[in-house]
Design a protein around this ligand. Structure first.
Ligand code: 7UC
Ligand code: FE
Length: 295
């Protein structure tokens, strides 16, 4: 384990890999590259939906999204983000993830790896914004680091839960109560070491984190959470903050990223362009953070 900040490693690298035929040793090497560079772009992929799921299963335990509305019609393991109708039918959900978040941080056991395989790539506004929350943590002012030491973050999907077709005509209080019942707020450490690199990671997001609590479970002033989110770049409406990285991709690219280290935000398209992407999410062989679920 190293605890040194990885300030000299650039975010994102490309790799050529036959993801189905590669031996397990190469998949282990791929994961090491993901933990080191945070994003790996696998070029020139031609995978069917079933093969994409198989690749995910080769990397670990695939997590199926908790809401069926997002599922690929034939492969529930694939989360579909799409604004393109198929035979007049909506498949998956349009406009997903247009807010800074870690995937599944509102769940008790988030996953370490997110895989995105774009199917229809927009011509103009392609790409996803990322912030490396390990590097962002290193850059926090000392007094902010001190103020959040030993604190915990409280996370909920409630602000970004999507109204489902069947929710039409339901009283909003029923929908809100259902969200709290099915996905109650969860508590994670505000900072935890990456299980592989040892790098301290700041685990808060503008979308899902709604409160910080001290070690005795007392809420901290909202101003501290707002200060942290602003300092790392998650409240910059221009996306010009120095921590923000725009990762572009082409058709045939398959992105694998470190969902412990990175927050991401889908690009706000200026024009409504067709966009479809398939996502598979994977628990790697490490605990999300040491001791998760035992507190
Ligand atoms: O519709 C969406 O943007 C889905 C979001 C609330 N959750 C994605 C995730 O994996 O956390
Ligand atoms: Fe996401």
């Amino acid at each position: 384990m190293t605890t040194a900040p990885q300030t000299d490693v650039a975010m994102g690298m490309t790799l050529e890999l036959d993801v189905l035929a590669a031996p397990d040793t190469e998949l282990a090497a791929l994961k090491k590259k993901v933990y080191e560079h945070k994003i790996v772009i696998l070029k020139g992929q031609h995978l069917s939906p079933a093969e994409f799921v198989t690749f995910g299963q080769r990397l670990g335990e695939v997590e199926t999204y908790y809401q069926p509305m997002y599922h690929h019609p034939e492969h529930k393991e694939i989360f579909v983000s799409s604004n393109v109708k198929q035979e007049g039918q909506q498949v998956g959900v349009p406009q997903t993830g247009k807010f800074w978040h870690h995937d599944y941080s509102f769940m008790a056991r988030p996953f370490g790896l997110t895989l995105i395989y774009p199917q229809v790539v927009p011509r103009e506004n392609r790409g996803t914004y990322f912030i490396d929350m390990g590097k962002a943590y290193q850059k926090l002012p000392r007094e902010v680091k001190n103020a959040i030491e030993g604190t915990r973050s409280v996370n909920s999907v409630r602000r970004y839960f999507k109204i489902r077709p069947n929710d039409v005509y339901r009283p909003i209080t029923d929908v809100l109560a259902e969200i709290e019942d099915h996905t109650p707020a969860v508590i994670h450490p505000t900072v935890f070491p990456h299980p592989v690199t040892g790098e301290p990671l700041l685990y808060v997001s503008e979308a899902f984190t709604y409160e910080l609590r001290d070690a005795d479970d007392h809420p901290l002033p909202d101003s501290l959470l707002r200060e942290v989110l602003a300092a790392v770049g998650q409240t910059d409406p221009t996306f010009q903050h120095e921590n923000i990285h725009l990762q572009t991709f082409d058709k045939g690219d398959l992105l694998v990223w470190d969902n412990r280290s990175l927050v991401h935000c889908a690009r706000h398209t200026l024009k409504p362009e067709p966009t479809v992407s398939h996502r598979v999410t994977v628990h790697d062989e490490y605990e999300f953070y040491a001791g998760i679920g035992t507190q």
